[in-house]
Design a protein around this ligand. Structure first.
Ligand code: AKB
Length: 320
């Protein structure tokens, strides 16, 4: 059997940096080619190349050179950045995916591409949101993800491209800095709490959103990639869920570590509108039935890992 060889696009981003490390651990360092479009971290161990998915010839050359069998395209603008630069989001999120699927069709590659809970919109049922339901996103990010899901299914139905995808909730990790997403407040809050004992939240205190610890998201990704093709019944994207919380509930958990911590609220209408259009809890039973998905981390455990991880980073920064 041909040994899997992965091309990871967006390898140094939030999901990419952790997924690449786990793939190297499981399959071996030489089986993973990490692609970044700006800079490659100096301390990166393994094969790393600078290239862009918006330049498909460049990526095709890498597929041939390294005899790639699986392409993982994680390059994506998140929700808030997509509203600031809708053209950039459309290009990276959707045209980048189209390029990926065309390469997969030409070179017979397996594909992984991340979708998001952002595919759901204000008309979707908010609680226990089903796999198949009304899906009318009102954000640029959400619509690129929904159109992308349908494009994935189209390439599967029409050309048999073995494409797999997950609708990630807000992902919490302490290894990468927070970025421009609606759920990213749940990372910023730890930095501000540890540094200043204060956090000004851009969302209402009762904004309940689905979240997950990064290690669970990575496990789910590895698991869906490793599942036999015939068991993957959904070729748009699978709902995935761990837990949900509001800013108020998160602040109370952080207070257990920092009793003097206080949170205030200064609503950012643009971010609040995005959050209000998303579900609060998700039904991920199809992922559980089809390929045995099960999260390992709950809200409490995630908060405690995030707190100690970010505290160490800040302490290290203060040493310099
Ligand atoms: C965002 O907030 O934009 C992302 C997402 C839920 O897809 N974290």
């Amino acid at each position: 059997m041909k040994k899997e060889k992965f091309l990871v696009i967006g390898a140094f981003g939030q999901i990419g940096s952790e997924l690449t490390a786990v793939l190297k651990r499981i399959y071996g360092e030489n089986q993973v080619v990490a692609v970044g479009h700006t800079t490659i971290p100096e301390d990166y161990q393994g094969i790393a190349v600078k290239a862009s998915i918006l330049n498909p010839e460049e990526i095709a050359a890498l597929v041939k050179k390294f005899q790639i069998t699986t392409i993982i395209n994680l390059a994506s603008f998140l929700s808030v950045k997509s509203e600031i630069d809708p053209d950039g989001a459309f290009a990276t999120n959707l045209l980048g995916l189209k390029n990926t699927l065309d390469l997969a069709k030409e070179f017979h590659l397996k594909v992984f591409w991340p979708s998001s809970i952002a595919v759901f919109g204000p008309t979707t049922p908010k609680n226990n949101t089903p796999q198949s339901t009304i899906i009318e996103p009102t954000t640029m990010y959400g619509l690129t993800k929904r159109a992308g899901e349908l494009l994935c299914q189209y390439y599967f139905l029409k050309w048999g491209v073995d494409v797999r995808s997950l609708r990630y909730p807000g992902l919490l990790d302490y290894k990468t800095p927070p970025s421009q997403g609606t759920t990213e407040y749940a990372k910023w809050i730890f930095y501000e709490a540890i540094k200043k004992n204060l956090y000004q939240c851009p969302l209402r205190e009762d904004t309940n959103l689905p979240m997950m610890y990064m290690e669970d998201a990575i496990l789910a990704t590895i698991k869906i990639l490793d599942t036999q093709a015939k068991k993957i019944k959904i070729r748009t994207s699978y709902n995935l869920y761990a837990f949900s919380f509001t800013p108020k509930q998160l602040a109370l958990k952080i207070k257990k570590f920092l009793p003097d911590f206080s949170i205030s609220y200064k609503i950012n209408p643009q971010i609040q509108t995005i959050a209000d259009s998303w579900p609060q809890t998700i039904d991920d039973s199809k992922a559980r039935e089809d390929w045995g998905w099960q999260p390992k981390y709950d809200f409490d455990e995630t908060v405690s890992i995030m707190f100690s991880g970010i505290k160490k980073i800040i302490e290290k920064q203060n040493e310099y």
